[in-house]
Design a protein around this ligand. Structure first.
Ligand SMILES: Cc1ncc(COP(=O)(O)O)c(C=O)c1O
Length: 393
């Protein structure tokens, strides 16, 4: 299969990990030789309940037996999508009331960017350095990492960049600005938390000049940071919340949520302000609904903070310079990229899955399923420590 993988499936990295998967369950992925790999990555934060959670699988199967795709977005009333949007609204503060479901995170960002232009009549978007919002043209335009976008120019005009956590830069947000777009916690940049009062200050500045605030919670959303949404730590509610990844419970999805007043603009001048064939797909919505119910009806979110404490207690080693992030969105910062590469690759051989972050070569991603047990955390941390001892000796 590896031969065919290389021959027929387009790769975007010259060095894919190439693990040949047989099946996956809970916190483990099994390869075709039935070796168990403990998963500290969770499909890059996209499987919050681990692999093949029984309630999610049951919801998918039940919906499969009823119907799959029947019509393009928003024309028919499809219960799983309606219930999902309702449950999201019930768990969000005002004015975040209506949700538009997409097929991926980047598509939801595109929708949000279109909506802010339509709502304000302005075209300037302010993003931040080292931001990541996805890989389509609009999302790439607001990506704050020139090296990865240079080859694809021209991108969207009128996008400018400020520094995350730099309060002085907020003066660049003016009456010409349609919106500021931020990741609540910067992901690709190295799991960088907003400083105290930073998001609040962004919110205030946006309100002062009539700009909208888009928060991208595609990674921190759905309990990973110890609250259902990351912004709930910071006394700042966005005008548009963008989600994805964990929302689908292992299925492909994205969403943007805003006030009804804002969302009504998608219906008019022009109508069909954003359309997509498969958004709100009933099987995916059923998976998302079962996932969101499980996250909100159990103690998983509170446990996240206890599990973070355990990681921080166990992962003490001279080669680990810092542990960044919050909850189960953690990044080990190593002395240099070489140690990071060695650690990730050697852990893979020892049955522990770790991964890189996009723009911080010294970082090792630790984003396990929220359902990971304390015993599994201890087991994985022991592997990390033994490999680090090997590297240092
Ligand atoms: C913060 C953030 N925004 C947007 C995206 C893009 O989402 P997707 O890959 O589903 O298009 C990602 C994916 O990694 C992300 O982490």
């Amino acid at each position: 299969m590896l031969n065919y993988f290389q021959k027929y499936q387009a790769q975007t990295s010259p060095h894919p990990l190439g693990l040949e998967i047989s099946h996956a369950k809970g916190s483990y992925i099994y390869d075709i030789e039935n070796n168990a790999h403990l998963d500290f990555v969770a499909g890059v934060s996209a499987t919050p309940l681990g692999h093949n959670h029984p309630k999610v699988v049951e919801a998918i199967k039940t919906q499969l037996d009823k119907y799959m795709h029947v019509m393009v977005y928003g024309e028919y009333v499809q219960k799983p999508a309606v219930e999902l949007a309702k449950l999201l609204a019930e768990n969000l503060p005002e004015p975040l009331e209506q949700t538009y479901l997409t097929n991926s995170g980047t598509e939801a960002i595109e929708g949000a960017l279109k909506l802010v232009k339509r709502a304000t009549g302005r075209s300037e978007i302010i993003s931040v350095k080292n931001a990541y919002h996805g890989n389509t043209m609009g999302s790439m335009s607001v990506m704050g990492y020139e090296e990865r976008k240079q080859a694809f120019r021209p991108l969207l005009p009128n996008v400018t960049f400020i520094s995350f956590n730099k309060f002085e830069d907020l003066n660049n947000i003016t009456t010409k600005t349609a919106a500021v777009i931020l990741e609540t916690i910067q992901g690709g940049a190295g799991f960088i938390l907003p400083q105290k009062n930073y998001l609040e200050a962004v919110r205030k500045r946006c309100d002062k000049v009539g700009a909208l605030l888009i928060l991208d919670e595609i990674q921190p959303g759905f309990g990973r940071t110890g609250k259902l949404f990351g912004f709930q730590h910071y006394n700042c509610t966005p005008d548009i919340l963008v989600t994805g990844k964990a929302l689908g419970g292992g299925m492909p999805i994205g969403a943007f949520t805003a006030s009804k007043k804002l969302m009504l603009l998608l219906q008019d001048n022009p109508k069909l302000g954003h359309i997509t064939t498969f958004g709100g797909h009933p099987v995916i919505a059923a998976s998302a609904l079962a996932t969101l119910k499980e996250i909100t009806e159990t103690n998983l979110i509170n446990e996240t903070l206890e599990k973070e404490k355990l990681f921080r207690k166990l992962l003490v080693h001279p080669l680990i310079k810092e542990i960044r992030g919050k909850g189960l969105m953690l990044a080990l910062i190593m002395e240099n990229a070489d140690i990071t590469n060695q650690l990730i690759l050697k852990c893979k051989d020892q049955g522990l899955i770790l991964f890189w972050l996009l723009f911080e070569p010294k970082a090792v991603r630790i984003t396990p399923p929220l359902t990971i047990s304390k015993q599994e955390i201890k087991k994985g941390c022991n592997i990390i420590l033994s490999i680090l001892n090997e590297i240092i000796s």
